[in-house]
Design a protein around this ligand. Structure first.
Ligand code: F6R
Length: 240
């Protein structure tokens, strides 16, 4: 794993953007695996600024997102599709029909997982962007998730519900379940770019880079990926 330690969140976002720009420039029809959460917002802001200033186009690009809360409608401002539109898609020229995410409202949840797995086979990702949970989760793959997992429904752990409650009016509003790509799906991306900032990620980052490769720390599987780059700030790198 390539590890790049920078001083600030802004620097992390700029470094991440330079990796992303290389992928988009090399292949204007690239498939980008994207994440939600606080961590990649700066990366998305850099992509928007570059699109506006330099005209970098996403017309041929497709995107697939990692995960979506179960039960939330696309119109809910807490849904991950809302997040993606608000923080990226509405500000670049990606075609809406080329942006993909699990349907949180699907009536048949297993059929939705099957649909998404088939889609991921059809759209091999050139890059997968990841954040990391303070418990070492990636996407919503919580500790104990099998390394061979594909898209599935998960019960969120108390620690993830607590971490994510900052985005909701109260902790009771945080959905208890989500759709998520599995660890096997994530590993299938050609390139992985994982970002981490802040002291609350230090333990997880240690597990990601130096810990034992174990299902107890889902991110540790990335040690087995042939092209994985971690960009993190000094606080997140403090235990390395
Ligand atoms: C988001 C996702 C999550 C987050 C992780 C970190 O799509 O899959 O795994 O990447 O929970 O969240 P933040 O960036 O908010 O600290």
């Amino acid at each position: 794993m390539k590890v790049i330690v920078v001083k600030t969140y802004d620097e992390m976002s700029r470094e991440a953007f330079s990796v992303m720009k290389e992928v988009v420039t090399a292949n204007p029809r690239a498939v980008l695996g994207l994440a939600t959460g606080s961590t990649p917002i700066g990366l998305y802001q850099n992509m928007i600024a570059d699109h506006e200033k330099n005209g970098t186009s996403y017309r041929g690009i497709s995107t697939v997102n990692l995960d979506e809360y179960a039960g939330l409608d696309v119109t809910s401002d807490q849904s991950y599709i809302y997040f993606m539109r608000h923080n990226l898609f509405d500000h670049i020229d990606v075609k809406p029909e080329n942006t993909h995410i699990e349907n949180g409202k699907a009536a048949d949840r297993q059929a939705e997982c099957d649909r998404y797995n088939a889609l991921l086979e059809e759209l091999p990702r050139d890059i997968q962007v990841l954040g990391i949970g303070s418990n070492g989760h990636i996407a919503f793959n919580e500790p104990g998730t099998p390394f061979g997992s594909v898209t599935h429904i998960v019960d969120l752990t108390e620690s993830t519900i607590k971490d994510n409650s900052r985005m909701f009016a109260s902790i009771d509003e945080v959905p208890r379940q989500a759709f998520t790509m599995g660890l096997k799906n994530i590993m299938n991306a050609k390139k992985i770019l994982i970002l981490a900032n802040g002291a609350n990620k230090a333990k997880a980052v240690y597990g990601l880079v130096r810990g034992e490769v174990t299902e107890k720390v889902p991110a540790s599987i990335l040690q087995l990926h042939p092209d994985c780059t971690l960009i993190c700030d000094e606080a997140a790198a403090s235990l390395l």
